[in-house]
Write a protein that binds this ligand. Structure first.
Ligand code: ADP
Length: 378
């Protein structure tokens, strides 16, 4: 909830004692009184303040109340401000004031009846407050509509990319099956099976990630948290990504602590987080690169770092790559059918473990480091 803005009201009277008396009469919490001793002073205040109501003494030396009101009606900023004229006698009412159509106008005769003035002013203050509230709600609705439009565009884009990504492996699997049904030499058949196997595992990864993302965003992923040893989870992660690291002919180095580090965590999910980062490191590093995995204990948490010597991430994208579907445009040839959901999932899984993830990269072709911090237990 946004705090209510204070409401300003303007008092214009050439007599100081009248200003003080009116202020005392109307002042209450949430209201700010702006006082002007002349029409000119009032116009100056109106240039810099938003005002809910103006109380104008009609009879003032120099610019009188009606003249001031006409100036106000002529100004874009002040023309809709409701005005209450304070008049000394009925004679003043005879004078025609042009400008009724632009905003509310009322007259109060002196001597002022405090209750009458208070209740009339209260109506205008309430109206002003309601208008502010409506404006706030309109802004909130605008922002929500914009976010929905963005999400809708993301979804359309995603469906198009997904269809494209599914079509390739499905076509390859179909082609492979077709060939296997023919009479082909066993060696060729073995190659085809290996390729089909790879396609199938790519497809099932894609589908698993998609299911995970939708489960996480619906709050349906429940971690099987238990007392686990970090080293075990890291070894599972290495095992799961070794194939990709080898396929890129990368040098891999793991620097894990000798002591056991215990976490209250889901072994499979922690392994999934790190495997995902290692797979990305392998994917976004040109062949023959270097990938390292390190873990070290810091007070009540463990810091896991996955570093590569790959294509790096431009500074402008570093805060965005954890958003779902976010991909660095120049990397698309290296994404190998990725959909930009891996890091979003990783971030959500890290958060479910009450941890944090960040990325560091000095820029293009300068490698990247992903840093995950997870709370430890004794
Ligand atoms: P993708 O399926 O595209 O790999 P991710 O969510 O895993 O999706 O990653 C999002 C984007 O972040 C990638 O498309 C890539 O541009 C960038 N990225 C992720 N990891 C790395 C890395 N180790 N080096 C360089 N860029 C990376």
């Amino acid at each position: 909830m946004i705090a209510e803005k204070p409401i300003n009201f303007l008092l214009v009277d050439d007599l100081e004692e009248n200003l003080l008396a009116l202020e005392a009469l109307l002042q209450r919490d949430g209201l700010t009184c702006l006082k002007a001793r002349s029409g000119e002073e009032a116009l100056e205040l109106l240039l810099t303040h938003e005002v809910a109501l103006a109380l104008l003494d009609v009879q003032m030396p120099g610019m009188d109340g009606f003249e001031l009101a006409e100036f106000m009606r002529g100004s874009e900023r002040a023309r809709h401000i409701p005005i209450i004229f304070l008049t000394a006698g009925a004679a003043n009412l005879q004078r025609r004031f042009r400008g009724y159509e632009a905003g509310a106008v009322d007259f109060i005769q002196k001597p002022i009846e405090p209750n009458v003035l208070r209740s009339k002013a209260a109506v205008f203050f309430d109206l002003h407050q309601q208008r502010q509230q409506i404006e706030r709600q309109r802004d909130e609705l605008d922002a929500a509509a914009q976010a929905l439009r963005r999400a809708d565009r993301h979804k359309d884009n995603f469906l198009a990319v997904l269809a494209h990504e599914l079509r390739n492996p499905v076509a390859a699997l179909g082609g492979g099956l077709h060939l296997l049904n023919k009479d082909i030499p066993p060696e060729r058949a073995r190659d085809i099976r290996v390729r089909m196997d790879r396609m199938l595992s790519h497809l099932s990864h894609l589908v698993d990630d998609l299911l995970d993302v939708s489960r996480v965003s619906q709050g349906k992923i429940s971690l099987k948290k238990e007392r686990i040893e970090l080293g075990d989870a890291l070894r599972s992660a290495i095992e799961a990504s070794q194939h990709n690291i080898d396929a890129g002919s990368h040098r891999f180095d793991a620097d894990l602590p000798d002591e056991a580090i215990w976490l209250d965590a889901d072994h499979t999910r922690v392994a999934q987080i790190v495997a995902n980062l290692l797979n990305n490191a392998a994917k976004y590093t040109p062949p023959g690169g270097e990938i390292t995995l390190t873990a070290r204990r810091l007070d009540a948490e463990v810091e896991i770092r996955v570093t590569d010597t790959g294509v790096g991430i431009p500074p402008a994208m570093q805060s965005r790559i954890f958003e779902i579907f976010a991909q660095v445009e120049d990397h698309l040839t290296k994404a190998q059918g990725g959909l930009g959901i891996g890091l979003a999932l990783v971030k959500q899984l890290v958060a479910l473990h009450r941890g944090t993830i960040e990325v560091e990269s000095a820029g293009e072709h300068l490698g990247s480091t992903f840093i995950v911090r997870l709370p430890t237990i004794d």
